[in-house]
Design a protein around this ligand. Structure first.
Ligand code: GTP
Ligand code: MG
Length: 255
């Protein structure tokens, strides 16, 4: 029985969404990795379509983490500040290159007194979104500490990082240069968004979904490649030898 909600038509990705700034992007390729496209065409994505990928959203209090998630998931915006107590989460279902893909978006509290509860939910993230307010320099400075705390619970070599400047509708131009530099230092992809107007919000989350999906499929292909080395024994009754190593059949479209 499939207990998950069906994928909304506006959550279907047929192409790789582009980055915002080439100088601070996780990668600048125009398309999905050719191995990923090929695996999806041949439905060789293993468990990716059944898994739920965890994404955590961290950053100072009141930078707009909850508003960002609510703009994307519910298309709503609340101008009144209501602090997140501990954590909250939303599920979003996508279809990427014909394969279902789910993200669990964890909205964590920025207030110091709730940080201790929130940090217990950091573990097992595949992507970390660090939010700062484009109009508040201190919130950008604090992003390094948020990242360090989140990485204590995660594998730095496999997790995808995004640095997001919020409240783009208020003036911000002077901070972008510094923010880009911080993003480069962190090896994070940089985005600037407004949850009030909705600018870049959908584009940003599509990019998160696409890159997380791509990383998942590549990891799955690597795993199945490693399994195949020991698994290629078949029984062939026409051969004099009972056990033959199967000839390594190359998939039709993979490089
Ligand atoms: N102008 C403007 N205001 C925003 C934007 N996003 C959020 N805000 C406002 O900023 C305040 C804080 O937003 P939240 O989303 O609750 O902040 P948060 O990061 O979740 O805060 P904590 O849960 O305490 O960590 C609210 O008053 C929002 O209305 C935006 O894009 N533009
Ligand atoms: Mg919140």
């Amino acid at each position: 029985m499939n207990i998950l909600a069906p994928v909304r038509r506006d959550r279907v990705l047929a192409e790789l969404p582009q980055c915002l700034r080439k100088e601070a992007a996780l990668h600048g390729h125009k398309d999905f990795h050719p191995r990923v496209t090929c695996a999806c065409q041949e439905h060789r994505t293993g468990t990716v379509g059944f898994k739920i990928s965890k994404v955590i959203v961290v950053g100072d209090l009141s930078v707009g983490k909850t508003c960002l998630i609510n703009r994307f998931c519910k298309d709503t915006f609340d101008k009144n500040y209501k602090a997140t107590i501990g954590v909250d989460f939303e599920m979003e279902r996508f279809e990427v290159l014909g394969i279902p893909f789910s993200l669990q978006l964890w909205d964590t509290a920025g207030q110091e007194r709730f940080k201790c509860i929130a940090s217990t939910y950091y573990r097992g993230a595949q992507a970390i979104i660090i939010v700062f307010n484009l109009n508040d320099v201190a919130s950008l400075e604090h992003t390094k500490q948020w990242l360090a705390d989140a990485l204590k619970e995660n594998d730095p070599s496999s997790v995808l990082l995004f640095l997001v400047g919020s409240k783009k509708d208020l003036s911000y131009a002077l901070m972008e240069k510094d923010a880009l530099q911080v993003a480069q230092e962190m090896k994070a992809e940089y985005w600037a968004v407004s949850s009030l107007t909705g600018e870049n919000v959908r584009e940003f989350f599509f990019r998160v979904a696409a890159l997380t999906f791509e990383a998942n499929v590549l990891a799955e292909l690597e795993k199945s490649g490693a399994r195949r080395i020991g698994d290629v024994v078949r029984i062939n009754s026409d051969d004099s030898n009972l056990y033959l190593t199967a000839s390594k059949k190359k998939p039709t479209c993979c490089p």
